[in-house]
Design a protein around this ligand. Structure first.
Ligand code: COA
Length: 336
């Protein structure tokens, strides 16, 4: 299929779901040797949300997905494909199926996609391929993570950074181009910089055969190197995405970057010579929610009227893998 035959794709709605439980920096100071005075200036994080043990990632993701479908004025039966971007599925065979079932999106095929904090961008890019080719008409992309279940709560270098949340967008094939361009990247040589591993422990099965049994490890991170990677690579991927989209940075109304660290956003904005006020920032309230962080930031701007239908946006994710990537889009349902 030539590119001229590709169907235009629009991002028509966004919604989020976060747990009620708030964990502040001061409260974290009772758990590990840290303080708001250390955390806030270095990260921009004041508090994060924590999912209680009796609620699941599926509950959170389903709530965000249901609301995104409602805001798009659709019925779950209108959805053709559900992609769940997550690194913290409770079901390692994939949690998208359970979400599809609870939503009643019976016509939809559903699967998980794992790309850490770049998961939302990769999932939107993946869903868009199905819509652009005409294979499907409407997609629900949900990005949800519960990193509170994966951190070592005695490790102050990591546990202060992360939180739980979910965000969802509905994508629709239409007449006018919403999605304008993208650039997706991976570098597996950096895979040890940020990890959430299952390690195989040897188990003697018979006299002659040993098998490996998975044991979950906590998140481990080389913070300095991850910081350098983000500040080096993200401006380049943003510039390439803008170029593919025929845009210049100064035309973009809102930048929706992965919410890892305010200092990373400040450095990227400075490198791109864009006022940092045009970079959405919600990490003070939610911390780093991995895949969920971009739709949390996008929903914040849309709900406050900072990004309106037809305005230009760029979203960029970066994180473990290493993975990074960006998409440029004109927000909203554009054919009405
Ligand atoms: N509270 C108090 N002190 C802390 C602390 C905390 N939460 N975390 C680390 N420290 C201490 C360390 O123990 C160390 O002390 P020491 O020198 O006595 O051992 C000192 O602060 C510096 O630690 P370091 O890890 O080198 O800090 P840093 O300056 O690199 O800042 C980050 C840490 C995490 C804020 C920073 O590296 C960063 O933002 N990296 C990017 C991480 C990220 O965004 N990851 C997700 C990407 S998807």
């Amino acid at each position: 299929m030539t590119s001229s035959a590709l169907k235009p794709v629009q991002l028509v709605s966004v919604a989020t779901a976060v747990p009620d439980c708030v964990l502040s920096n001061d409260e974290l100071g009772q758990v590990v040797d840290t303080s708001d005075e250390w955390i806030f200036p270095r990260t921009g994080i004041r508090e994060r949300r924590i999912l209680p043990p009796d609620r699941s990632l599926v509950d959170l993701a389903t709530a965000a997905g249901r609301e995104a479908i409602a805001r798009a004025q659709l019925d779950p039966m209108d959805i053709d494909i559900v992609i769940l971007a997550t690194s913290t599925a409770s079901e390692r065979f994939g949690s998208a199926g359970a979400i599809q079932g609870v939503l009643g999106a019976k016509r939809a095929v559903a699967f998980d996609l794992t790309a850490a904090c770049t998961g939302f961008v990769f999932a939107v890019a993946t869903a868009a391929q199905f819509l652009q080719t005409g294979c499907y008409r409407r997609a629900l992309v949900i990005a949800a993570d519960v990193l509170s279940r994966t951190v070592d709560w005695s490790d102050r270098r990591t546990c202060v950074l992360f939180g739980d949340g979910a965000g969802a967008v509905v994508l629709e094939a239409g007449q006018t181009a919403g999605l304008l361009g993208m650039e997706l990247r991976s570098d597996g040589t950096g895979c040890d910089l940020l990890t959430l591993r299952n390690e195989a422990e040897p188990h003697q099965l018979t006299d002659s055969i040993q098998v490996g049994q998975y044991r979950n490890q906590f998140i481990a991170m080389n913070g300095r190197e991850v910081y350098k990677f983000a500040v080096r690579e993200v401006p380049e991927v943003l510039e390439k995405t803008l170029f593919h989209s025929g845009l210049e940075a100064k035309e973009v109304d809102g930048f929706f970057l992965h919410q890892a660290n305010q200092r990373i956003l400040d450095a990227i904005a400075a490198r791109m010579d864009v006022p940092v006020e045009r970079f959405a920032s919600v990490m003070d309230r939610f911390g780093n929610t991995s895949a969920a962080s971009i739709p949390l930031a996008l929903a914040d701007w849309v709900e406050r009227g900072e990004l309106t239908v037809g305005q230009l946006a760029v979203a960029a994710g970066f994180g473990a893998g290493l993975t990074w990537g960006a998409i440029a889009f004109r927000w909203g349902r554009l054919d009405d």
